[in-house]
Design a protein around this ligand. Structure first.
Ligand SMILES: [Zn+2]
Length: 68
């Protein structure tokens, strides 16, 4: 597995701009489009993303593949 992290601070608290539209059958919001403009919650601003590999066992830990 892999996950996106902020290229500036390495945080995985990153968000992408997206549109959601109402799905009548599911009665829920579904993603209609995802944009590439990333926001880092830790930097509180625009960010570019790096992708890091994550093992399933370590996905919830702080282990960060040797970065930083
Ligand atoms: Zn950041």
């Amino acid at each position: 597995m892999k996950k996106p992290v902020c290229s500036r601070c390495g945080s995985d608290a990153v968000l992408l701009d997206a549109y959601a539209e109402w799905d009548m059958e599911k009665q829920d919001w579904v993603l209609q489009n995802v944009f590439q403009d990333a926001i880092c919650e830790d930097c509180e601003g625009e960010a570019s993303l790096d992708w890091v590999d994550v093992t399933s066992e370590a996905s919830d830990s702080l282990a960060c593949a040797g970065a930083v």
